[in-house]
Design a protein around this ligand. Structure first.
Ligand SMILES: *Cc1c(COP(=O)(O)O)cnc(C)c1O
Length: 396
């Protein structure tokens, strides 16, 4: 049997390669940081990590995880409701709720699981989910697992959302769901207007703050801080795998009864392992750091505006951004790949994205800024962009 299937897979893989969509992995041989070593021996400056606050290699988090390793061992070997809950897990859940100003939190192994397990336990075929067209894959999969009626609105398009909400009046309960920050443009969801429409059309609101938590808003509380809407969003999902230390783990935080129901019925929570104590303890430390000072957010925001302003002033076309994601528009797919390769030769590691990851003729280089980048490193990246931009005829 395998012979036929093997040929089928070989052909499909070949098609992926021919379409130029085959994903190769770069192998890092140092900790994740602003500067990394890769297996080919080079050192490069990293502008494609989700390590927005530079915490992935933070000594305080390393120490907190070592302390938990020594005191509580390596793994939990259990789901939460059997024997997988320690005081650390409960403390971390409480810290996350405090951070977002919500009532309770439930932890998952990843935000992919949080999104995969949030819809099906809460909504039925009588209900409606109204979802932004550019929502993360895990939201799309989570919605697929749920029997609720599906409505889709154009990215961050309030008029279209209103149309869909009118149609969804046929259902019992309505949930609008959106990413906080959309990862390809770096734009934020227009939460103020979404909340107004939710009020008008009697809908609940869920925001996935994975790319925005720790990043957006003066103190990094995400898009609900940006729009001064703390406590108004019914359900927030997020990850510990990006700004918040970058290891592993996700969460859903929000209304008390929602979280309570998820603990009873959410399948990735009930049937998948508990996060290890070292991750829980480092998470606690991380939220303590967030509480103590705003230093990392301040540095990230400074770095982002410095980079964006400089890049615009030397002539690059930059998408409007309200996050730490900066899309340098090149439009042409091949150019985006050539540009990224040339930057790598200059010691700058970035990724060029093109269709179908972004719309046709909207190829770009995505730059992700971090509090870990020094001014010198930013200047080096800007100089490399300038040089390559001139060589490839993007800049005059
Ligand atoms: C990264 C991301 C996720 C997945 O988070 P993991 O914890 O890595 O599974 C989910 N949603 C959004 C919007 C993301 O950007």
């Amino acid at each position: 049997m395998y012979k036929n299937f093997q040929e089928h897979l070989q052909k499909e893989l070949q098609d992926i390669k021919e379409a130029g969509l085959y994903k190769e992995e770069r192998i890092i041989t140092s900790p994740q940081d602003a500067e990394i070593s890769v297996s080919t021996g080079e050192k490069v400056l990293n502008f494609c990590m989700n390590n927005y606050l530079g915490l992935s290699n933070d000594q305080r988090l390393i120490d907190a995880s070592k302390e938990a390793l020594d005191q509580r061992g390596y793994g939990m070997s259990s789901v939460r409701f059997i024997c997988g809950t320690q005081d650390m897990h409960k403390e971390l859940e409480a810290k996350i709720a405090e951070f977002f100003g919500t009532e309770d939190t439930i932890l998952y192994a990843a935000c992919f699981d949080a999104n995969g397990g949030v819809f099906e336990p809460l909504l039925t075929a009588e209900d409606a989910i109204i979802s932004d067209a550019l929502n993360h894959a895990s939201i799309i999969d989570g919605v697929r697992l749920c029997k609720a009626q599906r409505y889709r609105y154009k990215n961050a398009d309030i008029a279209d959302l209103e149309e869909q909400l009118k149609l969804a009046q046929a259902q019992r309960f309505r949930l609008i769901v959106t990413d906080g920050v959309f990862s390809m443009d770096g734009n934020v969801a227009p939460l103020d207007k979404i909340l107004e429409l939710a009020e008008k059309y009697n809908a609940m609101v869920m925001v996935d703050e994975s790319h925005s938590a720790g990043v957006v808003g003066k103190t990094g509380r995400g898009v609900s801080e940006l729009y001064n809407a703390k406590g108004e969003v019914d359900i927030i999902t997020g990850t510990l795998g990006k700004a918040f230390g970058g290891a592993i783990g996700g969460f859903t935080t929000g209304r008390k009864e929602v979280i309570d129901m998820l603990r009873q019925r959410s399948r990735p929570y009930l049937f998948s392992n508990s996060i290890p104590p070292m991750v829980a303890n480092a998470g606690i430390k991380m939220f303590d750091i967030m509480k103590e000072s705003n230093e990392l957010q301040d540095r990230l925001h400074e770095n982002t505006s410095y980079f964006v302003d400089k890049m615009k002033s030397i002539g690059f076309d930059i998408k409007p951004t309200e996050s730490a994601i900066c899309a340098v528009m090149l439009y042409d797919a091949k150019l985006s790949q050539d540009f990224a390769s040339a930057l790598l030769k200059e010691g700058i590691y970035v990724i060029g994205f093109y269709f179908p990851v972004v719309p046709k003729n909207e190829a770009r280089i995505r730059v992700q800024l971090s509090a870990a980048h020094t001014r010198e490193q930013l200047d080096k990246a800007i100089a490399a962009f300038d040089k390559v931009g001139k060589e490839l005829g993007v800049l005059k």
